[in-house]
Write a protein that binds this ligand. Structure first.
Ligand code: MF3
Ligand code: CO
Ligand code: CO
Length: 267
């Protein structure tokens, strides 16, 4: 069945609540940062984040039991994607070791609204290649964000990201994308991280969506592991991802997933 796209325009009250949810999601990343070191398990990071959300913030971890059509309920509070894992890695007994790169993806619900953000972490001594992939992916996210303004289109965002990623010898994952977000975790529109300028939906003030490019050091192909969630690169090349939740304003954009520990704008 085809469902027509309907992008919800948020009002002032929605936006105020999305600012709170976004800041809280980002503060979970600030909180967990000192624990993301060699020797820790992803399961321990999940446990710590879950406890912080529920007990300190009064937020709900949106991933826990999240079950989109065709998926078993997601079993944990956060996503931890290591090295060639692209996204939706499930926390468990895996021990992080020096040289690993890991994405921690946090989505909280506060007062009925979602905030969704992720960062890359380099464990111990990461390789030059791993650092470069993480940095270029961060810049990809930012180049996408800088396209956001009324009258621009979704294709402008995707094009900026794709051009920079491919220009640096990397590839863009096609099967997963950014998304509208608000009272629902995943709303319209789909924000793909490739495309042609001037194509796709036109941006309007009050739209809120994520930009979350997944960039592979090798080929773009992916495959799903037997757990039904963890996505990996088919060629086992490294993959990186960064994510912000962004509001379209009258003059441009506002990043909603900001906190004291948010990394600086790269340019
Ligand atoms: N946070 C992810 C996103 O950015 C979605 C995770 S869904 C889960 O859209 F079920 F795997 F948690
Ligand atoms: Co998202
Ligand atoms: Co996310």
């Amino acid at each position: 069945m085809h469902t027509a796209m309907s992008i919800i325009i948020k009002n002032a009250e929605d936006i105020a609540k999305m600012r709170v949810a976004g800041r809280l999601a980002s503060e979970v990343l600030d909180y967990i940062t000192p624990f993301v070191v060699p020797g820790v398990t992803t399961g321990e990071l999940d446990r710590l984040c879950h406890e912080y959300m529920v007990k300190e913030q009064g937020t709900i971890p949106a991933p826990l039991n999240y079950a989109p059509p065709g998926h078993a309920p997601y079993p944990k509070a956060i996503c931890t994607s290591i090295n060639h894992q692209v996204c939706h890695g499930i926390p468990g007994d895996r021990v992080l070791k020096s040289g690993d790169i890991v994405n921690l993806d946090i989505t909280v619900i506060k007062d009925g609204y979602h905030g969704d953000t992720s960062r890359m972490f380099l464990i111990g001594e990461a390789s030059i290649q791993a650092k470069r992939l993480s940095q270029i992916t961060y810049e990809c996210m930012w180049l996408g964000i800088e396209q956001v303004a009324p009258g621009k289109s979704l294709g402008d965002i995707g094009h900026a990201i794709q051009k920079y990623a491919e220009g640096n010898g990397y590839s863009v994952v096609r099967e997963f994308c950014g998304h509208g977000i608000g009272k629902q975790f995943h709303e319209d529109p789909q924000v793909v991280h490739y495309g042609r300028p001037g194509t796709g939906a036109k941006l309007q003030p009050g739209m809120i969506f994520t930009i979350e490019p997944m960039i592979n050091a090798g080929k773009a192909g992916i495959r799903m592991l037997g757990d039904g969630w963890t996505v990996v690169t088919k060629d086992h090349s490294l993959s990186a991802q960064w994510e912000h939740t962004v509001l379209v304003t009258e003059t441009g954009y506002e990043i909603l997933t900001q906190s004291a520990g948010t990394p600086a704008k790269p340019f």
